[in-house]
Design a binder for this molecule. Structure first.
Ligand SMILES: [Zn+2]
Length: 341
């Protein structure tokens, strides 16, 4: 069902969907999708910033991810450390965020009666975060412990290995998450101040024209819109251009390559990866979903069925990176078998 709205954008929704939708653009160019659901007992919001680890500056791998951590910490308006997460948790909600190749995404949900304050705290991430010197150095340790955990994960290791086998100098080649070494030891030895670089990265990339906000509330659309305009219109707009990959991550010398690696866990995994056009260009047709369905089919006569008859435990997963928009993704098929044979 097409729903006309005052911004002359058609929003398609299922006939059974009783929620109301509206797309609006604030004066600072922030594009917003508003959703009104009078029956909900939880409200939610998500902000997507069109910058990710592909934009990490030279010599500071993991900076975009580190910034994601820092925005949670405190803002000038709410300077008490971690008070945002505590506020949400104390009011029946959850918070999370992730940094991908070309995007960083922040989101939360919360009880409906606390939505206005939660939204205000959330908006301050993008208006005036605090990023104190003390918190900066403590949070690098948190990023490092995330990295130490990833070191014990075969899928994280495989992903990094895959990145390593692309063109050196292409953003895809980068180490995405960061560690104590990449954010503290190495920058210091080169005379780089990580906190100053953090501010610089924030100032340069967190521009309202590169952000998209979705807000889901119990109030009617006009009320939600007023709330959003009031809270988010102070985000700066520097008319920053969107990141674009300089080209493809792999040439023929990076393809048709066989790599053997020793896993940490028991079992055997075969990954076949090949570059495909970003799925976003064909989002209406969703060709990767067809591929995933066909290759991952588990019925009689399928690849899965044959592998399963070998005994033991077996899975097939097929997945592209949906969040790479401006160069080819590596489409992966993973075969995982744990068998005594
Ligand atoms: Zn993290």
């Amino acid at each position: 069902m097409a729903v006309a709205n005052r911004e002359l954008v058609e929003i398609f929704k299922a006939r059974t969907d009783k929620r109301e939708y509206r797309r609006t653009v604030l004066k600072n160019s922030l594009e917003v999708l508003l959703i009104s659901d009078p029956d909900t007992d939880k409200c939610a919001a998500t902000m997507d910033v069109r910058v990710g680890h592909f934009s990490d500056p030279e010599g500071l791998p993991g900076l975009a991810h580190f910034l994601e951590h820092m925005l949670f910490y405190a803002s000038e308006k709410y300077p008490l450390e971690d008070s945002y997460s505590k506020y949400i948790a104390e009011h029946g909600g959850r918070t999370n965020a992730f940094t991908s190749s070309e995007h960083t995404n922040y989101h939360f949900d919360v009880n409906t009666d606390c939505f206005e304050e939660a939204l205000d705290r959330f908006a301050q991430f993008f208006i005036k975060p605090l990023m104190s010197a003390d918190a900066t150095s403590r949070e690098i340790k948190a990023v490092d412990s995330e990295h130490q955990k990833n070191l014990l994960s075969d899928s994280w290791r495989m992903n990094q290995l895959q990145k390593h086998l692309s063109i050196e100098g292409h953003p895809f080649h980068k180490f995405s998450t960061g560690s104590w070494d990449t954010l503290e030891v190495i920058p210091k030895s080169r005379g780089l101040d990580t906190r100053r670089e953090l501010f610089k990265f924030y100032e340069e990339n967190y521009s309202a024209n590169l952000m998209h906000l979705v807000v889901y509330g119990k109030e009617n659309l006009d009320e939600i819109q007023n709330l959003v305009e009031h809270k988010f219109q102070d985000i700066r707009n520097t008319e920053r251009s969107c990141f674009r990959c300089p080209g493809e991550p792999c040439t023929s010398e990076h393809l048709q390559v066989l790599v053997r690696s020793v896993p940490i866990k028991q079992g055997h995994k075969l990954r076949i990866a090949w570059p495909i056009t970003p799925e976003i260009h064909h989002y209406k047709e969703g060709p990767c979903r067809y591929l995933s369905h066909l290759i991952g089919h588990a019925g009689e006569g399928s690849l899965f069925y044959v592998l399963k008859t070998l005994g033991g435990y077996c899975t097939i997963s097929v997945f592209p990176d949906f969040l790479i928009f401006t160069c080819s993704n590596l489409h992966d098929i993973d075969f995982y078998c744990y068998t005594s044979k």
